[in-house]
Write a protein that binds this ligand. Structure first.
Ligand code: ZN
Length: 110
């Protein structure tokens, strides 16, 4: 079986236990995640991202009413990750803001 890390073509020889399950990793990536480095499992793709491929982490969030059409909220996220930090802005119409709040609540509650 192939290692679950994205773009790694090495043979998986180690079954690695994480919180909710198990994936197969090559020896190098097994050692990498065991050492405490950042990793992220995309449960839909069944792929593990490591290092700079790990999605940026939200370290600050702010929102303010947006003037304009369609209005709503201007949501600003500050992301930090390996080798990067950036601000991203999203215009969130009122109806989508309600959806977003529900998604965040459900995601957090599992
Ligand atoms: Zn690997």
């Amino acid at each position: 079986m192939r290692c679950f890390v994205k773009n790694c073509s090495d043979d998986a020889t180690e079954a690695w236990q994480y919180g909710a399950g198990e994936v197969d990793l090559c020896p190098a990536h097994h050692e990498y995640v065991e050492s405490g480095e950042s990793w992220y499992l995309d449960a839909v793709e069944r792929v593990v991202y490591v290092g700079s491929a790990v999605p940026g982490r939200v370290v600050a969030v702010s929102a303010a009413p947006a003037e304009g059409n369609p209005g709503g909220l201007m949501l600003r996220l500050t992301l930090a990750g390996a080798n990067r930090a950036e601000d991203v802005k999203f215009l969130v119409p009122d109806e989508e803001a309600e959806v977003l709040m529900g998604v965040l609540r459900r995601g957090r509650d599992g």
